[in-house]
Design a binder for this molecule. Structure first.
Ligand code: FES
Length: 197
């Protein structure tokens, strides 16, 4: 430092520094606000871009359809085993899959199956349409009965008496060669209308 030069104070403006608008100069606060907003928007956009795949992976497979029952026809019984009297046939799925796992040989329910004098094959769900108890067959009376609240149904499934508002629920049947295939459907309990669930 040459004699006579005044010492530089830390607060003294640097003569070599580029001119910056004073904080109260017109336009300075707008520029700062713009930079702040732009930085936040950029950061937020990057954050969403990184987080979205991670969240989607964590939630997988939420939202996908969960399969709880076999939707395919089940090879249920030999045609030759059927006659005018109903036969109770348990229905088991070879495999049931849901969004997370697969299970083999799963019991789904049962059907009462018969082949009438004209050769037509029909299957009725063994689930009582009133509140879901298991239906039994009374051969002497040739009717189905529910032990829970005494609903009764004809051998063809029509409602006879009791609190059930509808007849037994029919199940889809196909005959392939000498085998009878039945598709298991669970219906909503109660009510007159038949609604698969
Ligand atoms: S559950 Fe069958 S009559 Fe009520």
């Amino acid at each position: 430092m040459a004699d006579g030069d005044a010492p530089l104070s830390p607060d003294a403006p640097d003569a070599d520094a580029p001119d910056e608008p004073a904080p109260d100069a017109p336009g300075a606060p707008d520029r700062r606000r713009f930079l702040k907003v732009a930085t936040c928007a950029l950061g937020g956009g990057l954050g969403v871009g990184v987080a979205a795949p991670a969240v989607s992976m964590l939630l997988h497979p939420v939202g996908r359809r969960t399969v709880t029952e076999a939707a395919e026809p089940i090879d249920a019984v030999a045609l030759a085993a059927l006659g005018p009297e109903p036969v109770r046939v348990p229905l088991r799925a070879r495999a049931v899959r849901d969004a997370w796992s697969a299970t083999a040989d799963v019991p789904l329910g049962a059907a009462w199956v018969r082949r009438d004098e004209a050769g037509n094959v029909a299957a009725l769900s063994s689930v009582c349409p009133h509140l879901g108890c298991a239906i039994a067959y009374a051969p002497a009376a040739r009717e189905f009965r529910c032990p829970c609240h005494d609903s009764a149904f004809a051998v063809t499934g029509e409602r006879q008496r009791g609190p059930s508002e509808r007849g037994l629920d029919p199940l889809p049947v196909t005959v392939e060669g000498d085998r009878v295939k039945i598709t298991w459907v669970r219906f909503r309990a109660g009510g007159r209308d038949r609604e698969p669930v």
